[in-house]
Design a binder for this molecule. Structure first.
Ligand code: GLN
Length: 489
């Protein structure tokens, strides 16, 4: 039984719970056993609290027995990226800086999941403070791609993607600042949804770049992603950038929209640097939409394709240099043991606590914000950001959504790009514009390379039109079986 459970979508697990064919305790046990069996190789988890999860599972089973089940997520374990606060659990951001930090409160997304009965299941590895594209920047060592353990799972939410792909959790949360949900989802062969900026509260998400960060979901199916989105979305007084908008029942609504849609294909996203196998699978997906009656329009987005990565690495580093100033050895986290005075304490605590990539970003960000350079870099990048958003809005006048590859290549080898930050930064070339423009985006599996590495199709939607985005993704998923294939570990 346990082996059959670990790859089932939540919608099916919920049916089994409902019918009394399995208990929540059995579910937690199944995922715990799987994690024990494979995580020594995958290394998706930073920590997990099996006893705590079992206690919540018993409570869920009790509710169900009394006819008080809270819905389809009640009693379902969910993996949490180690950047999203869960009260009483470690919140390390995969950094030495916070290696011993335990969160005193729940993120809003966590609270909402708990209210729906979901069980926070483990803290998932990531690039330190979500800076990276491979999970190699974790202070606790890299996570491996379940499809090929010598390769990266993507990042920064690599643990969240690998855990679902490897059957260690049925769903998980991640965060996406420049691609950190969609890129690892693509590389691990699962669904990754980054909602519109402002749809999900950032309260309790350790900040990297606040104008770009957004919490989102990993799942085996589009319907599961819709289910989790429905649970975590909504206005929150604790996040001043959270948006007041009605939250539909995404899961039922997405089935009521059969299309056809007008789908744009940005021609610049198919240029140099795109691996031919990835291009081939994505083009076949586009053909599928064409054959099913959608209107496919080639569009041009020269500005986004040329400048998004550059603008992002100015804006994101600027914001991170400011956000990470709080880790000063006094209020949070690591405190150097051999400081002689206050200034020395700041310097040594930060020097010892942060890894190389985080330091690189803080230095770059401090530089672009410094007087004399602010106008030349930061202000200019903000203007470029506006033009990128305008470019998306222009193509959305004639398209409901856009189709593109999620990543230029399938999963690369651990160590392959670690010494070359620029080539690492370019692995987000198709995802970053979406964050700069605040749009929703999803990656769904659309094939495999000859080496059996997953390939992702990115669908980019209009602001707050997640229902359409999910419907378009669901249409493809219904007609293909990529998402039913799992790695053999
Ligand atoms: N890879 C990008 C970066 O390193 C995006 C990270 C993210 O989305 N958190 O900044």
């Amino acid at each position: 039984m346990a082996a059959e459970l670990i790859f089932k979508p939540v919608t099916e697990l919920a049916g089994l719970l409902e019918a009394g064919k399995v208990s929540s305790v059995e579910l937690v046990q199944a995922f715990a056993a799987r994690t024990t069996a494979v995580d020594g190789r995958v290394k998706a988890f930073n920590s997990r609290d099996e006893a705590g999860a079992l206690a919540l599972a018993r409570a869920a089973d009790e509710r169900r027995a009394q006819g008080q089940a809270r819905g389809p997520l009640d009693g379902i374990p969910i993996g949490m990226k180690d950047v999203i606060a869960v009260e009483g659990q470690p919140l390390t951001c995969s950094s030495k800086m916070l290696a011993n930090y335990v969160s005193p409160y729940d993120a809003t997304a966590t609270l909402k999941l708990k209210a729906a009965g979901a069980i926070p299941w483990g803290r998932l590895n990531m690039d330190e403070f979500a800076m990276g594209s491979s999970t190699e920047n974790s202070a606790f060592g890299p996570t491996a791609n379940p499809w090929d353990l010598s390769r990266v799972p993507g990042g920064s939410s690599g643990g969240s993607a690998a855990a679902v792909a490897a059957g260690e959790a049925p769903i998980s949360l991640g965060s996406d600042t420049g691609g950190s949900i969609r890129q690892p989802a693509a590389l691990c062969g699962i669904v990754g949804l980054k909602p519109t900026y402002g749809l999900v509260s950032r309260y309790g998400l350790a900040a990297f770049a606040s104008s770009l960060d957004q919490i989102g979901t990993f799942a085996h199916t589009v319907e599961d992603a819709a289910l989790v989105l429905g649970a975590i979305a909504g206005h929150d007084a604790h996040d001043s950038t959270s948006f007041e908008t009605a939250i539909p029942d995404y899961r039922t609504e997405l089935k009521k929209r059969p299309g056809p849609w007008r789908l744009g294909v940005p021609k610049e996203f198919f240029g140099a640097g795109l691996d031919p196998e990835v291009a081939g699978s994505v083009k076949q997906a586009i053909e599928f939409y064409r054959k099913s009656g959608c209107e496919i329009r080639e569009v041009s987005m020269p500005f986004t394709s040329e400048y998004a990565v550059a603008a992002y690495y100015i804006i994101a580093t600027a914001e991170c240099s400011s956000n990470l100033a709080r880790y000063d050895g006094v209020r949070y986290g690591h405190r150097s043991k051999d400081a002689t005075n206050a200034i020395d304490l700041y310097f040594k605590s930060r020097a010892e606590g942060f890894g190389e990539e985080v330091k690189r970003r803080i230095i770059l960000g401090t530089y672009v914000l410094s007087s004399g350079y602010y106008d030349a870099y930061y202000l200019r990048a903000q203007k470029v950001r506006t033009l990128i958003r305008d470019e998306f809005m222009r193509v959305f006048q004639e398209c409901d959504a856009l189709l593109s590859p999620t990543t230029p290549t399938a999963a690369f080898k651990i160590g392959e790009k670690a010494a070359d930050p620029l080539s690492m930064y370019l692995s987000d070339i198709y995802t970053i514009g979406v964050n700069l423009a605040g749009l929703p985006g999803i990656s769904i599996p659309c094939g495999f390379t000859a080496n059996k590495l997953p390939i992702g199709l990115q669908i980019i939607g209009q602001p707050f039109r997640e229902t359409d985005l999910l419907a378009i993704a669901h249409r493809y998923e219904q007609a293909h079986a990529w998402h039913t294939q799992h790695p053999s570990l």
